[in-house]
Design a protein. Structure first.
Length: 273
């Protein structure tokens, strides 16, 4: 199920050229292919026993139910920040629920349902580090920052807050950033506070990391669908509205992020309207 990092895009294209679009085949077999992250605790995580946990997993499962699929009919596929559009375009997945921030650049390639969650970009540092309290502290000559290629956080870093004296480190996945931070190869990693909070709370990470409490951007998470699929976009919007109205959204937030995470109320679902 997991696509190797190296050559992931090429593998997707090759697979597509040798099949009749497996997204359609999945539907014919009664399954629903959904793209999620595999390495974001609290958001989308493939556990060691092969199960999936996280807020996006719960949201995707709720949407699937409203589309007529049971949990055992869902096939979760790994997506990276830099290949989400490609997997939708080539019908590898029906929709993507993967901390997928809505922006104009992405809307040129895909359509979004939602938004269904609001996060803010923050910094994660080692718990014993007292030298970084704000983004500007990363401009010191010895500091280095890590982000994920293809993420809005990486773009924001480049445009607004990249260290002036050192090249930021960009990697394919957030877990790689975390390892670099733990091994002191970088001094901070940046992405949405919801993702970072998941790493802080993850079993085994207790006392190792902390958030600086920044609000460097506002990220509206949306569900990505193939460009032009207005019918599916509308159905997912209806599912999200129902999830918020019946209390399932609130329960999923509290379940996955814990009592200490300060989250914003559910946003109005307006995409495509």
């Amino acid at each position: 199920m997991k696509v190797p990092q190296a050559g992931a895009v090429a593998a997707v294209i090759a697979l597509t050229l040798t099949t009749a679009g497996c997204g359609g085949d999945d539907e014919a077999k009664g399954t629903l292919a959904v793209g999620i992250k595999f390495d974001q605790p609290g958001i989308g995580m493939r556990e060691s026993d092969g199960t999936f946990t996280g807020f996006d997993v719960d949201v995707a499962t709720y949407i699937a139910k409203e589309l007529g699929y049971k949990p055992d009919q869902i096939e979760f596929k790994q997506v990276y920040s830099n290949d989400r559009e490609l997997l939708l375009q080539y019908n590898e997945v029906k929709f993507v629920a993967a901390s997928y921030s809505i922006n104009d650049k992405r809307k040129e390639k895909v359509d979004f349902a939602g938004p269904y969650f609001v996060a803010h970009q923050d910094l994660l540092i080692r718990a014993d580090d007292t030298s970084i309290a704000k983004a500007e502290d990363l401009n010191a000559p010895t500091k280095r920052l890590c982000s994920v290629t293809g993420s809005t956080s990486a773009d924001n870093l480049k445009n607004n807050m990249a260290p002036k004296s050192a090249k930021p480190l960009e990697v394919a996945g957030y877990s790689e950033c975390l390892v670099a931070l733990q091994d002191r190869l970088v001094d901070a990693m940046t992405t949405d506070n919801s993702i970072l909070a998941g790493y802080v709370a993850r079993k085994g990470n207790e006392g190792k990391f902390k958030l600086t409490g920044q609000s460097l951007s506002t990220e509206n998470y949306g569900i990505g669908v193939k460009k032009g699929n207005k019918e599916l976009q509308g159905k997912i919007n209806d599912a999200l509205k129902k999830m918020i109205a019946d209390g399932s959204w609130e329960a999923a937030v509290q379940k996955n992020f814990g009592a200490d995470y300060k989250y914003e109320p559910a946003p109005a679902v307006t995409a495509g309207s």
